[in-house]
Design a protein around this ligand. Structure first.
Ligand SMILES: Nc1ncnc2c1ncn2[C@@H]1O[C@H](COP(=O)(O)OP(=O)(O)O)[C@@H](O)[C@H]1O
Ligand SMILES: [Mg+2]
Length: 265
């Protein structure tokens, strides 16, 4: 059975001028299965964040349905953990306190939540930084805390909205590898948003390409470049292979073919 399924989902927002509406998503049909790494790729403004927000339960779609293991999604839930583009950590708490924060809200006893937070900080390579204040961490480390925090609540699904968008190229590549490693070890279902074609191809087991507004899924691909990375441990050789470059150019030509630029509604 699919973990989450979206059937004919549409989302309209009232326009900022107060006249008419903005159709951000249109007839989106999508299923997430166990252990999939689904990447959504599309131009800025095509509805990627809106799509993530309806899956997370932060927004209810204007029409269509979202089912979670067969039951309608009524709002956010512990089974879906979110990692935001900007880390959204609490600046007055240190690394381990931020990581265990969700469990604290759930009323989990302090020993247990500390142990679970530490296990996940170890998974993202931050065991030595648990007492650090957030402002002393680099952008990549802050995103790793965001990831550890989401994992600590042990969701079935991780939702990541351009989590690497603000990082420099070198850190970004390292983070791609780290996230794939965490995914392989934790077996979560991942929904990952990016506007980087290379990142999408490298990480996805399934890639969905979205059209400019109203956002629809126009193409889907089953991919296995991440498996090649797991086999060889060499990301650059995967990304520079002829199959990867051919696929990259195919996706780019789709995106540029559809690109109409961001326009007012
Ligand atoms: N709360 C909102 N109110 C009005 N319009 C919105 C709102 N959220 C998003 N939009 C509009 O919906 C469209 C899709 O936005 P978004 O999902 O953020 O795109 P993306 O994440 O792909 O850049 C954009 O035109 C955006 O201006
Ligand atoms: Mg967005």
């Amino acid at each position: 059975m699919s973990v989450i399924s979206l059937n004919h989902v549409a989302m309209e927002f009232p326009s900022l001028e107060g006249i008419g509406s903005v159709r951000a998503l249109d007839d989106v049909n999508l299923e997430f299965h166990e252990n999939e790494f689904v990447v959504a790729l599309g131009a800025s403004g095509c509805g990627k964040t809106t799509l993530l927000n309806v899956i997370a339960g932060f927004l209810s779609p204007t029409s269509g349905e979202i089912l979670n293991k067969g039951l309608p999604v009524a709002g956010p839930g512990r089974d879906r953990g979110v990692v935001f583009q900007k880390h959204a950590l609490l600046p007055w708490l240190n690394v381990v306190e931020n990581t265990e924060f969700g469990l604290k809200l759930q009323g989990v006893a302090s020993d247990e939540r500390r142990a679970r937070a530490r296990a996940n900080l170890s998974l993202v390579g931050l065991s030595d930084f648990e007492r650090y204040p957030i402002y002393q961490l680099s952008g990549g480390m802050q995103q790793r805390v965001g990831l550890a925090r989401a994992l600590t609540c042990d969701p079935d699904m991780l939702l990541m909205d351009e989590p690497l968008g603000a990082l420099d190229a070198f850190t970004r590549e390292n983070m791609q590898e780290l996230i794939l490693d965490v995914w392989r070890k934790t077996q979560k279902v991942v929904f990952f948003i990016t506007h980087s074609v290379e990142e999408a191809l490298f990480m996805a087991t399934r890639l969905i390409v979205m059209s400019p507004r109203p956002g629809r899924i126009t193409h889907q691909y089953e991919l296995s470049f991440c498996d090649r990375f797991f086999e060889t441990g060499d990301a650059r050789s995967v990304k520079s292979s002829s199959e990867f470059i051919k696929m990259r150019e195919e996706i780019l030509s789709i995106i540029y073919g559809e690109e109409v630029g961001e326009q007012p509604p």
